[in-house]
Design a protein around this ligand. Structure first.
Ligand SMILES: *[C@@H]1O[C@H](CO)[C@@H](O)[C@H](O)[C@H]1NC(C)=O
Ligand SMILES: *[C@@H]1O[C@H](CO)[C@@H](O)[C@H](O)[C@H]1NC(C)=O
Ligand SMILES: *[C@@H]1O[C@H](CO)[C@@H](O)[C@H](O)[C@H]1NC(C)=O
Length: 595
């Protein structure tokens, strides 16, 4: 009897608490959540950012994230959330992952607008979290989204502050993310020219976010909204300081303006003390400028603007301080999937040197066999041929660094200086033609700032689940505009749009091991759409998969083709539907881009 009581108690507690999670269905509901709406809280900013990463919301209200975004891998500082306080319902197949701790490794990859208040002197700056539930097998499908917060001054979650975010609210926040084509067949985002930063500002204004509450940033810094200061790599692996559009009014108001580069120790100490170690201090005389420094590029570097009211070099006079975001060691770029494998590759820097990180999913336990001859090549320029690597290391000789619940992480330090255009590649074996991953070139202009979700339905870059890397090097690319086949979700099959005699054609690849395919695809059909924006029932032509003509096979694949009378043109797309319905889509190809 005695032994039972705690269990019963615990059970009640659990039920009572879980039922308390409130639902936020729209912007109106969100505007009633008071705690997120005051600086330096960052819950709204997190929610806005996350909504931008959602690429699609399906009929079952499951959110699909950008294909290169994996919460289980630790992207943006995501980590496993154990739900110890039982603020959320208990899960079986799925797990919770949380993001928003600005002191966690990886959080520096979050955009500047999320980190805006990171340096203000109040624990309130780092209390908010976003939590998602995912099935680690398909980590970029999100089932539930919550905003949550810690209790003030502690690490416990506050039940009262936990709210589930309805998918329709996510949809409202991200806005319509369509793309249209201009007269030259270039894709343009329907967002217009507003940057994500500006849209976040508008969102905060709409929710009457109070920037002027306690511990907010110095009011002088608000006039610096358009001022832009960046840290980049120079050819020597050192930091290049770039600033643009310093308001002339600031230069007039203040006697001296400095930009300081310092290295934050947030990752080591979690205190409120200012732990930024001075590396360089530059007196500003121009409104825009680019300067080389001798500070090696590394994680945690930060810029600060010091605005001095007095002209005297009086050490005791405290300047106004405006804070820039901290540098991420990978430039804010998430790891690149290694085609066909549950593994990814990331280029990052330590002390100005180029390094590679390898993420191996724990379920990929045969990785050392599969990668037995695989190597990572370091290239000083993304234009170089595969043979022209400067240095390489075998994948199985990387050093083990750490692991999380789902991944093991390995690294290799090349000793080479990081520089603009630097790239690393993952090659399957000693031949030079099997590149399974190539990273975004380092500091590749501003590309890293553009979210792939800027145009949904547009470019299907999701090659991540493809199963046989060897396949990519066959002659199959002919007439397909150099676009790889699109995986058919959940099956060992894929779909490709190609052209013959000016007509749109479909090619189906079925892996030999997928013996049951005629069964599983007995009702499946491929729809041809003259425009990628057409809805599923608006197809121009179609045929059943089982009626496709077998053209040739290889050791591993059977290949089937079907030709329509639809003329190939920019914007044409084909989609694979499993059943005779419009809501069973399993694949849609990259839209045809013209030649
Ligand atoms: C949560 O809300 C309840 C009821 O409004 C209140 O009694 C309680 O003190 C709150 N708890 C916290 C931690 O804020
Ligand atoms: C989510 O929002 C939709 C549309 O507003 C609504 O129909 C649905 O009931 C909401 N879901 C929950 C769980 O409240
Ligand atoms: C600001 O601080 C004061 C005193 O610490 C407090 O009473 C007040 O509620 C705070 N205001 C906001 C908006 O947090």
């Amino acid at each position: 009897m005695n032994a039972m009581r705690p269990c019963v108690l615990f059970f009640c507690l659990l039920l009572g608490r879980v039922s308390a999670v409130k639902n936020l269905n729209n912007i109106d509901d969100l505007s009633k959540v008071d705690y997120v709406r005051h600086a330096p809280r960052h819950g709204l900013q997190l929610l806005f950012w996350f909504s931008q990463k959602v690429r699609n919301i399906d009929q079952n209200q499951i959110l699909t994230l950008d294909s290169n975004f994996d919460p289980t891998r630790g992207d943006f500082g995501f980590c496993h959330f154990e739900n110890k306080e039982a603020v959320l319902p208990t899960l079986s197949q799925k797990s919770y992952y949380t993001v928003g701790n600005l002191n966690s490794p990886g959080a520096n990859a979050l955009p500047a607008y999320v980190q805006e208040y990171k340096n203000v002197g109040s624990p309130a700056r780092n209390m908010d979290r976003l939590i998602v539930s995912v099935n680690p097998v398909h980590p970029n499908r999100v089932y539930n989204v919550y905003i949550a917060a810690l209790n003030f001054g502690s690490d416990d979650f506050n039940q009262n502050a936990t709210h589930e975010i309805n998918y329709s609210l996510i949809q409202q926040i991200r806005g319509s993310r369509g793309c249209t084509m201009d007269l030259n067949n270039n894709l343009i985002s329907t967002h217009g020219d507003d940057t994500e930063d500006e849209r976040c500002r508008q969102f905060l204004t709409q929710l009457e976010y109070n920037r002027r509450s306690n511990h907010s940033i110095d009011p002088n810094c608000d006039t610096l909204e358009k001022f832009n200061v960046k840290l980049r790599a120079n050819r020597e692996g050192n930091t290049k300081l770039i600033w643009k559009d310093m308001p002339a009014s600031i230069m007039k108001t203040f006697h001296r303006v400095h930009i300081v580069i310092c290295k934050s120790d947030h990752l080591i100490s979690n205190t409120d003390d200012d732990q930024c170690k001075l590396k360089n201090k530059i007196l500003i005389s121009k409104l825009s400028e680019t300067l080389d420094t001798s500070v090696p590029l590394e994680a945690g570097l930060q810029t600060r603007l010091l605005l001095h009211s007095s002209n005297f070099f009086d050490e005791s006079a405290v300047p106004h301080v405006c804070y820039g975001p901290e540098l991420d060691d990978a430039n804010g770029v998430t790891p690149t999937k290694i085609k066909g494998c549950d593994a990814s590759l990331q280029l990052y820097t330590e002390g100005g040197k180029a390094c590679a990180r390898l993420y191996i999913k724990k379920t990929f336990n045969k990785w050392k066999e599969v990668f037995y001859k695989s190597w990572v090549g370091f290239y000083t320029d993304a234009q170089k041929e595969n043979e022209e690597y400067s240095i390489y290391q075998y994948a199985d000789r990387f050093d083990s660094v750490k692991e999380n619940k789902d991944y093991k992480i390995y690294k290799f330090q090349s000793g080479m200086k990081i520089s603009p255009g630097f790239q690393i590649r993952f090659l399957l074996d000693k031949k030079y033609n099997k590149v399974l991953a190539r990273t975004t070139p380092w500091d590749d202009s501003e590309k890293v700032m553009i979210s792939p979700s800027d145009c949904e339905n547009m470019i299907n870059k999701d090659l991540s689940h493809w199963f046989n890397p060897e396949f990519f090097y066959g002659p199959e690319f002919d007439n397909a505009n150099n676009v790889l086949p699109t995986n058919i979700k959940g099956f060992e099959a894929s779909l490709q749009l190609y052209t013959k005699n000016g007509k749109a054609c479909a090619r189906l690849y079925i892996k030999n091991t997928f013996r049951n395919w005629q069964n599983d695809f007995s009702k499946s059909w491929v729809g041809f759409y003259s425009n990628f924006q057409d809805s599923n029932d608006d197809y121009a032509s179609y045929d059943y998969a089982v009626k496709f003509t077998k053209v040739k096979g290889s050791k591993d694949y059977d290949i089937f083709e079907y030709q329509t009378s639809l003329a190939i043109a920019p914007g044409v797309q084909i989609r694979f539907h499993q059943y005779e319905t419009y809501d069973s889509e399993l694949a849609r190809t990259t839209l045809w881009m013209g030649v």
